[in-house]
Design a protein around this ligand. Sequence first.
Ligand code: DOR
Ligand code: ZN
Length: 389
Amino acid sequence: MATARALTSLPRGPAARLARRAASRRPPVRAARRGLAAAASADELTITTPDDWHLHVRDASKIASVVPFTARAFGRALIMPNLVPPVRTVQDAAAYRAQILAAVPEGVAFEPQMTLYLTDNTSAADIEAAAASGFVRGCKLYPAGATTNSDFGVTDVSKITGALEAMAACGLVLEVHGEVTHASVDAFDRERVFLDETLRGLCEGPRAVKGLKIVMEHITTSEAVAFCESQGENVAATITPQHILYNRNAMLVGGIRPHLYCLPILKREKHREAVARAAMSGNKKFFLGTDSAPHPRGAKESACGCAGVFSAHAALPFYASAFEKEGELEKLEGFASFHGADFYGVARNAGTTTLRKAPWTVPETYEFGGDVVVPFFAGETVDWQVVGA
Ligand code: DOR
Ligand code: ZN
């Protein structure tokens, strides 16, 4: 699997090793600001190579600009299928996988885990062929109209019962964008309403599909956390860095910040706290999925801007900073490297990734297929970095 990268020479082991080197002699942040050798005094954290269980890498000219960021720090990533047109069949997924592998830098081992995009017409045969491929892990449910490129999505979950039953039978996971789309529901309530209106029926009661594994993608509310906790082992959730680090004030107070606009939208502080607590709880139902979703700058800084936060350039450092702030760094490895692999039923990665506490400034932009993308924390300082990235 995915471990033959420069980092494999670093110490291995099943548990995270937090080496607080020389911390008593010199505060690491100050040392780095003075330009001293960060390694001599920095904190280091080595964890089993992590996976990103929710990632957008786009296609064509854009793909080579973003795949290397993820490939250098993660062993695997679950690739979202919302291209135009979407990834609907195993043939589409095979072609897309080849594009991704072609964008992985020389000498880096990275295994894209593919998903199919469910439509009202996805058949049991489509599902069976995907499962037989060995490289498709699941299918994504986008309620039609819920988010970027979701026009081909599912108009009513009752239309995909056959596909869901085939998924349960073949062991493919259902990844859910959990928001209703009715105009009557406030944008900030769409996730909460989806839980009772749609998701509960898929998980419990007469319409539930027995044996189906479900991931509630990029959860943003205390209600979604509670729902996930209340369900059996077949229901889990991914959590993004932006939903741990920011509430909606960060996006809306003192001027509107389009680069923090994503879907589901950032919520109020009590929800951020609940989501962060879930990520850091050690509960195996919660795991890392960045939802890194790059758009060209002009598509975000627009009168009608696209949803999506690009975080792949420093995904792991963002989580590390958040976990450290709460004194929960030792929980990062479970969240980033174990819970997702265990839920998906794949082996945990064998290698390690090392983070070093050495503050750096995120560039204002990164090149993005002949355009530029404005990254999460553009122009700001991030405390951690992946060593060897
Ligand atoms: O913010 C988002 N961006 N949410 C999604 O669900 C889709 C994603 C994208 O593809 O841009
Ligand atoms: Zn997404």
